[in-house]
Design a protein around this ligand. Structure first.
Ligand SMILES: [Zn+2]
Length: 90
């Protein structure tokens, strides 16, 4: 069980997935596309993928540097996200 939990924590840490609601402490339910919704108060939070995806969608000409500054996500992670998840830039 310890090993399994370590692996799970590692996966959760990769994109800083929200597991607990910042507003009420409720459980965050994965909603798709990096979006999570609190099962109690419907507060919406995003993991790194969701933040990057939203930013690029609303700022079509944003560079990786712009996106990193706006979202607080490391440039390495953004490059990785774009490569692995095929985020469309237009
Ligand atoms: Zn909540």
């Amino acid at each position: 069980m310890g090993k399994f939990e370590n692996t799970m924590n590692m996966l959760l840490d990769t994109y800083h997935k929200p597991t607990t609601c910042e507003k009420c402490g409720g459980r965050m339910i994965f909603h798709g596309c990096g979006e999570y919704v609190c099962e109690n108060c419907k507060n919406v939070e995003y993991d790194d993928y969701g933040k990057v995806r939203n930013y690029i969608e609303t700022h079509g000409n944003a560079t990786i540097t712009d996106t990193a500054e706006a979202t607080g996500v490391k440039t390495e992670v953004i490059k990785d996200l774009i490569k692995n998840m095929r985020i469309s830039k237009g």
